[in-house]
Design a protein around this ligand. Sequence first.
Ligand code: ADP
Length: 495
Amino acid sequence: MKKKLLLAIDQGTSSSRTVIYDHNARVVASAQQEFPQIYPRAGWVEHDPEAIWASVTAVTRGALDKAGATAADIASIGITNQRETTVIWDRETGEPVYNAIVWQDRRTADYCQAKKDDGLEAGVTARTGLRLDPYFSGTKIAWLLDNVDGVRERAEAGKLAFGTIDSFLLWRLTAGRVHATDATNASRTLLFNIHTQDWDDQQLAMFGVPRALLPDVRDCAADYGIAVADCLGGEVPVCGIAGDQQAALIGQAGFDSGMTKSTYGTGCFVVANTGTEALHSENHLLTTVGMRIGGEVTYALEGSVFVAGSAMQWLRDELHVIDAAPESEAIAKRTGVVEDVYVVPAFAGLGAPYWDPNARGAILGLTRGSGSDEIVTATLQSVAFQTCDLIDAMADDGIRPSVIRVDGGMVANDWFLQFLADVLGVPVERPENVESTVLGAAFLAGYQAGVVASPADIAKLWQRDALFEPAMQAEQRTRLLEGWNDAVGRVRAVR
Ligand code: ADP
């Protein structure tokens, strides 16, 4: 076998996965492993970095075994990761000073509010494209510096390193030789100036973060050093890194301005390529680095919905009206579009464009004839309506995609995708390979290693599985969207 295989590591929030691809982006083998979630208090979410590392090495070895391959067959490694999750470790020993603080963790909510009260948010958004929200890494770093014994002193003395998960894995893979991250991950920290593409002194001062803590920021396809033989049984270069949503945009070949992808896993993430322009959103969307390849920054607008596929889990585990998520499709098919019942799955507040942490879920419009089928169908519809809110917000900011590329577990549901196209009024495309995130990491690794010649070649490898064209009558669409807006209005705590 020639050195033509690509190995992509997808370190996600609930599991780690390694997929090995051939040079035509076909899956050769994959392995996946869950790892424990740690909830020390209400609103706190942590991961043990050692458990993450153990799961990554296990799935990487597992995938190599299944492929019947060795390190010698792998041209390069790509990494994609849960974004924003924050680790600080000792440069000497490699030992983390505390658990990883996960993106979902809300412990810095009051800290963020205090900074907002000081009128700092507009400046933060102008520099970083983000909001003052616990979601992002910066305030998590500040918490570690302020609350873990000795961490500030050691950080100021240059003895510690901060990284998002990509950076932590890279450090481990290279046996501590490389402390780097890519521009997409950096753009989620609240410390990185997306315009200058450098760590921002004002942001560092705001959160009291010493520069000595921070990794070197590189392109998504770049030389990230060599993974040592201890990890894969032989040396392999690391050539690509991108945060999960940006990797999905790359995996969907979203290289041109206006190209938009929407991922439906636990939550829903819409990312639209805005080209070389860092578009400021007037509608509470985030401005972020979409990708940085060949030194050229491509910006993106991003909106996220907290509850998408997890609403199916709610129907299954709490309401017990389905036994498995895929059943929702047959139910929706026999029920048809539901016009009077609205489910607003604001279980954890509402994300973009509302950003209302205190909103809570509701089922509205029930009549004596409403049953579980209507609730299941209305729940599927709610995911489409929430996407519509994001796409409308993007349109208002001047980005109007002509087609939406979808991926993630929920896009197996054809009924959902047809309804999505109907309410968006925009065609929806599903690729052959709906695992866009890990594929994106493989593309980056392959591009840097010369296995894939150019982004245009990547675009050629992208294949459509199905196209869903809008077919709903305009009046029905209008009625549905009015009903949805009314329902959202009723659950909101902030108006
Ligand atoms: P994640 O990467 O966030 O764990 P996945 O991309 O694996 O998520 O998608 C899993 C989600 O998709 C689950 O929340 C599940 O409820 C949902 N899902 C899977 N299949 C279907 C289906 N046929 N219809 C609706 N939802 C589905």
